[in-house]
Design a protein. Structure first.
Length: 174
């Protein structure tokens, strides 16, 4: 199961936030990754990144030893962790944050994730749920290197496909 959550709140210390998120995910036996939601173009963006990352592990093509980091790489359309963090990582201050919550690779992909865990996650980090922050816009696409000229060649309803292509291209980046 893959759950995408949009939320907002303050991040005082990014390193501490990431460390606490890792500990929370281990305690709950889940994989959880957080992103700067302003760099996310819809739920499909993160679901696709998660599916690609899971497939990379299944096929032995993973670039990292962590599913959460692999998801980060795919979501950013990058093969280098530092570039991915700069592009789509959580930042210090008041933030719009997107989360992917999924099962560990050793669990069934369709195993249920309890809604109470999601509520606990948001409570632990003092965040407020806000699904509308995941919609993305032209600025989101430009962060991924998509030019105004490229955007002019397709209708706005197809913009999400451009992000999905960036996710898929990670498989061929060396």
């Amino acid at each position: 199961m893959i759950i995408v959550i949009g939320a907002y709140g303050a991040v005082k210390d990014v390193d501490l936030f990431v460390q606490q998120l890792f500990l929370f995910s281990k305690k709950e036996n889940l994989v959880i990754q957080a992103f700067d939601a302003t760099a996310v173009y819809g739920k499909d963006h993160l679901i696709s990144a998660t599916i690609h990352a899971q497939r990379a592990f299944e096929q032995g093509r993973n670039a990292t030893n962590s599913l959460a980091l692999e998801i980060l790489l795919y979501a950013a359309g990058e093969r280098q962790i530092q570039k991915a963090i700069r592009k789509i990582g959580v930042r210090k201050g008041n933030q719009k944050i997107a989360f992917i919550v999924t099962n560990e690779l050793t669990q069934k992909k369709n195993a249920h994730i309890d809604a109470a865990v999601i509520k606990k996650l948001l409570g632990t980090f003092h965040l407020t749920s806000a699904e509308t922050i995941l919609e993305g816009n032209r600025n989101t696409l430009k962060r991924f290197g998509i030019t105004t000229q490229e955007l002019a060649t397709i209708s706005e309803c197809d913009y999400g496909d451009l992000i999905l292509e960036k996710v898929a291209l990670v498989d061929i980046i060396k």
